[in-house]
Design a binder for this molecule. Structure first.
Ligand SMILES: [Zn+2]
Length: 281
């Protein structure tokens, strides 16, 4: 009987493991769970200031080192790359790169994820939501591939040299909608356009709040490890733009409502009103 507890997060970019689900990962690592990350890309899309690249071969190299810094602080047991390229936000030239994650057929990405599921044998798998959190095409691609992989891993017809394995649970992270709705209201009060949110104005917050009305089946209170999440955030220097992320208004709202990661349960199907406090329950 193998009673080792393993959690696997399948995500798109360096920083998703911290800004997305960092509290959850740190909490379970602290509880003695073996926590692994499969990261589809190295976040190489976009530009980076020259000084940030000093001592690094490339943007990918810099961002991988930031991820490894965060992984260490969060207490991850392993970081595994799928070696796709960051597809960038919708409409950017990175979309068309032949190595881009979104250029790969979903089944191919799913096979790679299924291989890691069989190799690591997690009871719990977590990934991003069907609209990719804030509609990043890579988040959507990772969601689709992970849902397929969850099934594929237990299918004896899929042969990768490892025995079939069926994880017990699949969770899909969703953004806290109460926080988003609050931000939306405040932005409107301030006369700001909620269709162009974020540092680059490329996040359509209004449509996320509209479409992303997913049920919440599990809520993980990570306040006991919030400092680890903050410290891991500080590793992602290239994404902080000279200051802490989500500074200003958004940061304030986040702090007010933060400290909890929210999930929809993908498998087993959730009964209505389910509200779990532990993903391993
Ligand atoms: Zn991301």
């Amino acid at each position: 009987m193998d009673d080792k507890r393993v959690l696997l997060a399948v995500l798109a970019h360096p920083d998703d493991e911290t800004l997305g689900v960092g509290g959850t990962l740190a909490l379970y690592a602290q509880r003695g769970v073996e926590v692994h990350l499969v990261c589809a890309t190295r976040g190489e899309a976009g530009d980076m200031k020259a000084e940030l690249l000093e001592g690094f071969d490339s943007i990918a190299d810099r961002r991988e080192s930031e991820l490894r810094c965060a992984a260490e602080i969060l207490g991850l047991s392993g970081v595994h790359f799928l070696d796709y390229r960051d597809s960038g936000m919708s409409g950017s030239k990175d979309n068309d790169n032949p190595q881009a994650l979104i250029m790969a057929p979903v089944y191919q990405v799913a096979e790679k994820v299924a291989h890691f599921i069989r190799l690591l044998r997690p009871q719990v798998v977590i990934t991003t939501d069907p609209i990719g959190g804030y509609k990043h095409p890579d988040h959507i691609a990772v969601h689709q591939a992970t849902v397929q992989a969850f099934v594929l891993a237990s299918d004896a017809g899929f042969q990768d040299g490892l025995p079939p394995y069926q994880p017990k649970k699949l969770y899909i992270q969703t953004l806290p909608k109460a926080v988003l709705r609050m931000v939306l209201r405040i932005m409107r009060l301030l006369g700001k356009d909620p269709h162009h949110f974020g540092r680059n104005g490329d996040i359509d917050l209004a449509s996320i709040v509209e479409e992303g009305n997913f049920p919440i089946h599990a809520q993980i209170d990570y306040r006991s490890v919030a400092e680890k999440r903050e410290a891991a955030t500080a590793c992602h220097v290239s994404q902080l733009d000279g200051g802490p992320p989500r500074r200003g208004l958004y940061s304030w709202v986040w702090r007010l409502f933060g400290g909890k990661d929210q999930y929809m349960r993908g498998y087993p199907p959730a009964e209505e009103g389910l509200r779990e406090r532990d993903l391993f329950a």
